[in-house]
Design a protein around this ligand. Structure first.
Ligand code: NAP
Length: 317
């Protein structure tokens, strides 16, 4: 790790975010002698650090632990001269080159900027969800599942994340119920099949969470569910609620400077990682609301590095 005070003022490549996209961009730009600086951000290593077994990253026939994979990616980038800084970028100014990058009290300059800040868990937006977060409400089954041994759990959502997390939680919990607002899952077929075969897993269809019940003292005790077809409200007892309803891209910093879609995903030019600002590139989940896999993030991270390298060649001073 590099301390921010050790950094020089101007950099050829600054990378924001340290998931598979950011670290692959770092590896490629480091091997091109561009001495990239990676600002790791609040979730160093990205979403894979919140998972256990990764079974679908090519090259690991027996699977690999998410944190181990990310650590290996970081070591590989550092080996070729990338610098990794444990700090969060707080502001950017893309109005002219070199771009101005603010990290607290420090302002650095960057000739190119690669955004790989990923996406963060979406929340239901309930007051009770906010107040009980960490007291029985969680967004990360792999982080918190262990604490719910022999307990009853609810998992909210119907996508791959919700179903995979629910299956994972059955390793600990006595019973897991997936609460989904429709009567059909969005999750892929293979994930669904696994879930339907799991005897500890149940489904509460056509239902939305109106309120999560409990207190900081008691922890979660259940949830008030509303049937979306009949309007009927029921109380389902549970010891924990896992919210797994997707993610929001981390693009708050770029509002007004970069083009994004209505959800906030950065828009890149077709077949490239270039944003609407020449010299600013986006890779990984921050610009991908379709695939969002570690391998696709790494792939676009590689693309962004090659795009940045070409841009620097074309704009050599
Ligand atoms: P997702 O596919 O967007 O699914 C989100 C789910 O949450 C949907 O079922 C949605 O309901 C529900 N939802 C959204 N907002 C809600 C709200 N306010 N209240 C109640 N329910 C709400 O997100 P994801 O499951 O995180 O998956 C994201 C991407 O990562 C997908 O492309 C997925 O394939 C991929 N992924 C892959 C794997 C894997 O390959 N092993 C694992 C995890 C994720 P509706 O269905 O009604 O819209």
């Amino acid at each position: 790790m590099t301390n921010i005070s050790e950094l020089k003022q101007r950099h050829k490549v600054v990378i924001m975010g340290s998931g598979p996209a950011g670290l692959t961009a770092a590896l490629y730009t480091a091997r091109a002698n561009l001495e990239p600086v990676v600002f790791e951000g609040l979730e160093a290593g990205g979403q894979l650090t919140l998972t256990t077994d990764v079974e679908n990253f090519p090259g690991f026939p027996d699977g690999v632990m998410g944190p181990d994979l990310m650590n290996a990616m970081r070591q590989q980038a550092l080996r070729f001269g990338a610098k990794s800084v444990m700090a969060e970028i707080t502001a950017v100014d893309f109005s002219k080159r070199p771009f101005k990058i603010t990290i607290g009290d420090t302002v650095l300059e960057a000739d190119t900027f690669i955004i790989s800040s990923g996406a963060s868990a979406r929340m239901l937006g309930l007051e009770s969800e906010k107040s009980l977060l960490g007291y029985g409400v969680s967004t990360c089954a792999t982080c918190d599942g262990f604490f719910f041994k022999d307990k009853e759990l609810l998992v909210i959502g119907g996508g791959d994340s919700a179903v995979e997390e629910a299956v994972f939680l059955t390793k600990f919990a006595s019973k897991v119920s997936i609460v989904h607002r429709r009567d059909q899952l969005r999750a892929s077929k293979i994930v669904q099949d696994r879930a339907f075969k799991n005897e500890k897993l149940g489904f509460i269809w056509d239902s939305e969470v109106e309120e999560i019940l409990g207190s900081k003292e008691t922890g979660v005790t259940g949830a008030k569910l509303k049937n979306t077809k009949t309007g009927e409200v029921t109380v389902k007892e549970a010891d924990g609620v896992f919210v797994a309803i997707g993610h929001n891209p981390n693009t708050e910093l770029f509002k007004g400077q970069l083009e994004m879609d209505e959800v906030g995903y950065l828009i890149t030019k077709s077949g490239s990682t270039e944003t609407n600002v020449p010299g600013v590139f986006a890779a990984g989940d921050v610009q991908d609301n379709i695939y969002r896999q570690a391998i696709t993030a790494a792939g676009t991270g590689c693309m962004s590095a090659i795009d940045a390298e070409r841009f620097l060649e074309e704009h050599a001073e």
